[in-house]
Design a protein around this ligand. Structure first.
Ligand SMILES: Cc1cc2nc3c(=O)[nH]c(=O)nc-3n(C[C@H](O)[C@H](O)[C@H](O)COP(=O)(O)OP(=O)(O)OC[C@H]3O[C@@H](n4cnc5c(N)ncnc54)[C@H](O)[C@@H]3O)c2cc1C
Length: 239
């Protein structure tokens, strides 16, 4: 499939994962497989404007490649957001959507020969869910994987029990969620305190950051201040 062509997809599953956060499974029509690298994204052409720039919205693929023609997206409804309001108001099982992709270079290194820090907030977990499942499904040799996930309250935790299960299955995977606006049995505050603590002795590591601007900018800055090289800090900016 060419990443530049538009193909018809159909919504085959919708699930509320958290308030205003839905999981969608899209099945590509007229193709038997939809292949991609974990971490890549698709672009949707939504009928919400005349110009391309008004209509196109990108979403990271949240599922691991599995040789089928289906993939998952996890999308947060943005208040006043044209694209997500369209999706919420119009998509139901069977809805058709034009899809372009896979696209993007936010992909894993060839060798996972250092610890992997996957740092995200909100739906920024999408590409990391894909990467983690891929590594574990394919038994890819890896050093320790840390998934740092920040959100406001317990209700906003995405894929919580799934990530806990994966942590239970692989002792080299740590899931470290943190809440910024609610006390609970786990970590509270922002993701920054967590990686700063883990990186005190500056272990060799690859960093992948995903989400909205503030978290990404602050994390890039902090990691460089800790002495890590820019080239080992990869990021996918949602806006
Ligand atoms: C590579 C990539 C991958 C991405 N992956 C994901 C993903 O996996 N999941 C995900 O949820 N998002 C993802 N995004 C973000 C996504 O592409 C959209 O930007 C997001 O869904 C918002 O789109 P929208 O059309 O609803 O908002 P837009 O209409 O584009 O508006 C953007 C923001 O402006 C505000 N706004 C718009 N109009 C008004 C108004 N009149 N008054 C006040 N405020 C307003 C909205 O609150 C909104 O937050 C990704 C982005 C990129 C670039």
């Amino acid at each position: 499939m060419s990443a530049h062509q538009w193909h018809k997809g159909r919504v085959v599953m919708i699930k509320e994962e958290a308030p205003n956060n839905h999981r969608f499974i899209i099945e590509m029509q007229d193709m038997e497989r939809f292949d991609f690298y974990p971490g890549q994204f698709v672009t949707l052409d939504l009928p919400i404007g005349e110009k391309n720039s008004e209509r196109w919205r990108s979403y990271s693929i949240a599922s691991a490649p599995d040789g089928t023609n289906k993939f998952e997206l996890v999308i947060v409804r943005a208040e006043g957001g044209k694209g997500t309001e369209f999706i919420w108001d119009n998509w139901s099982i069977g809805s058709e959507v034009l899809v372009r992709g896979p696209q993007g270079k936010f992909v894993l290194p060839e060798l996972l020969d250092r610890d992997l820090y996957l740092i995200c907030t909100g739906t920024g977990i999408a590409p990391f869910r894909s990467m983690i499942h891929h590594i574990l499904n394919k038994n890819i040799a890896h050093k320790h994987i840390y998934l740092l996930f920040g959100c406001r309250t317990k209700a906003d935790l995405l894929y919580y029990s799934e990530m806990r299960d994966l942590e239970y299955k692989d002792e080299k995977f740590s899931y470290l969620p943190t809440l910024s606006r609610e006390q609970w049995e786990g970590n509270t505050g922002y993701v920054h305190d967590i990686y700063k603590k883990l990186l005190q002795n500056k272990p060799p590591a690859y960093f992948y950051l995903c989400g909205w601007k503030n978290m990404i900018n602050d994390t890039r800055h902090n990691l460089q201040e800790l002495g890590y090289d820019k080239k080992d800090i990869h990021f996918e900016l949602y806006g």
